[in-house]
Design a protein around this ligand. Sequence first.
Ligand SMILES: *Cc1c(COP(=O)(O)O)cnc(C)c1O
Length: 498
Amino acid sequence: MFYKSTRNSSVNVTSAQAITQGISKDGGLFVPSELPAVTMKDIKELGDMTYAQRAFFVFSKFLTDFKPDEIRYCVDSAYNDKNFDTDSIAELAHLFDGTYMLELWHGPTCAFKDMALQILPYLLTTSAKKLDLGKKIVILVATSGDTGKAALEGFKDVPGTEIMVFYPEDGVSAMQKKQMTTQEGANVGVCAIKGNFDDAQNGVKAIFTDTAIADTLAANGMQFSSANSINWGRLAPQIIYYISTYAQLVKDQAVDIGEPINIVVPTGNFGNILAAYYAKKMGVPVNKLICASNSNNVLTDFINTGVYDRNRQFFTTISPSMDILISSNLERLLYHLCGENDETIREWFGKLAKEGRYEVSDEVKKVLSEEFYAGCCDDVQTKECIKVIYDKYSYTCDTHTAVAVKVYQDYKAATGDDTVTVIASTASPYKFSGSVLSALGVDTDADEFALVDKLADASKLPVPASLAALKDKDIRFSKTVDKADMKAYVFESLGIKE
Ligand SMILES: *Cc1c(COP(=O)(O)O)cnc(C)c1O
């Protein structure tokens, strides 16, 4: 199995190379040259396995340059009961008739990003060892809130790595900010930027692809890599839980083997839903992939019209991890949909960079509308949905998950489709206690930790130990920089002179 760049099909690298580099030198994203198949016989067998064993099965197909022992070491180190508070790792909760919540937030930072970022440090350090790089790996992260913390937790004190996280000053929840600014570890750095997530992501991408900066790092025995979902090592672990979920549904006799399901994903950077698309292409029977957005509904418009236009107002919402106008992973999907034509991708993404807009071909529009349904909702509707789900099913969902539930309800009302449906639940409601409580009509005039207690009363859900512990932690990182000064922050943190 080799990996190509979406912007240069002649690039051919191993998974270890793709994972350590993070992004291709031409600015493209690494994609597998072909997709391995999962058969219904495999699905049956996976049903009787643990999550780590299921992960081993899937990784063996993608990381063909890894030895079986290396993959086993990675999956066992990540997917265990020390890191996750449920044996199933990805918990499937029954919400109502034929509708399941795939709770992906039982890891150490209470967001679905843990599913990939608990294993990425192992994949990355194993890859670096295999390639005999002999360089320190510097991880740069742009975060809309959850990736930053999950990456910091995954990489803290991992030998041979440094990690630096940039987050939008006013674009994360109080709990998310507290999680990041109190981060422990000797190899970590956290910095706010004056700007939004797209500014942070563009800044990080610009640093990554600047060859002069890369040369300076190399001269100092270092090399960049990425923990954002532009890294293939982030995406591959996300495919696993969709395959695992289908195997579980079959084992639990919730679906007959071969019976299709719908998958609903609250979407920002298009990583999570792209993983579901890959699972489908590998053989998981999927009817519709339902892409749910908040008021930053650039993807809703794109899937419905074929025109991607980021020239629009940016909204700061109560689902901040989806406040994104440039969805990086769409590039991977479009590469596959346009016949793996790197020239087409260069053209469209060149236009996006220059004019903030591109329009795909009619063939691509057709496939998009066959595979996907897209919808969006605003903060008022998100809150209404949290309240309805709470009142009807005694289930408390976070603000991101609620966007998905609402869009699914709209889909169901519009189509009458009663296919068994899995909704990706991407964060613990405790990460967004204020917004969730206000949706439930509870007074929120209190500090973040008093809100957590109130939410515990209302939801009857156990408070995650990692969030409760933040209360007594000191702030270690309080710096805010202009987006133009991100590079200077990186050099300063690494102790490098320009
Ligand atoms: C990151 C995140 C999302 C968006 O996921 P993408 O892979 O970027 O589309 C949705 N919900 C939560 C809670 C997140 O942290």
